[in-house]
Design a protein around this ligand. Sequence first.
Ligand code: 5GP
Ligand code: ZN
Length: 134
Amino acid sequence: MSAPSSAPSEPDCIFCKIAAGQIPVRKIYEDDEIIAFHDIAPKAPIHFMIVPKAHIPSTAQLTSEHTALMGRIMTLAPRLAQEQGCPPYPNGGWRIVINTGAHGGQEVQHLHVHVLGGPRPWQWADGPTRAATH
Ligand code: 5GP
Ligand code: ZN
């Protein structure tokens, strides 16, 4: 039997614990399906994550059952970016990132959408540990 594409929660998953309110975060948004909170180690002046509450390990497990959820997350991102102080498009803007797997630089194995913004330079080029000037 193959692994399910998503589960309500995984006992050892840090983002499942955050979604369940078991680990404190600087929360900026929450509804039945989604939670958004500031990254504990920001790589830009504004850096938060939008996270489905269900345990989906990565984009690799997305199926058509997640279309509406991912659509909601992607439309929430610009709204929250502006609420958090990102100057508007086109002179301001933000970066939306979903790391997937080892080559993608994914460290937490629960799907999450990074939103980064604010004045450059940032700490993030193609992954969380590399210095960036572009
Ligand atoms: P990934 O590399 O998996 O795309 O990103 C994981 C992100 O989660 C990292 O930017 C890391 O700083 C953040 N993170 C890890 N643990 C916690 C935590 O306990 N609280 C918060 N707010 N962020 C976390
Ligand atoms: Zn999880």
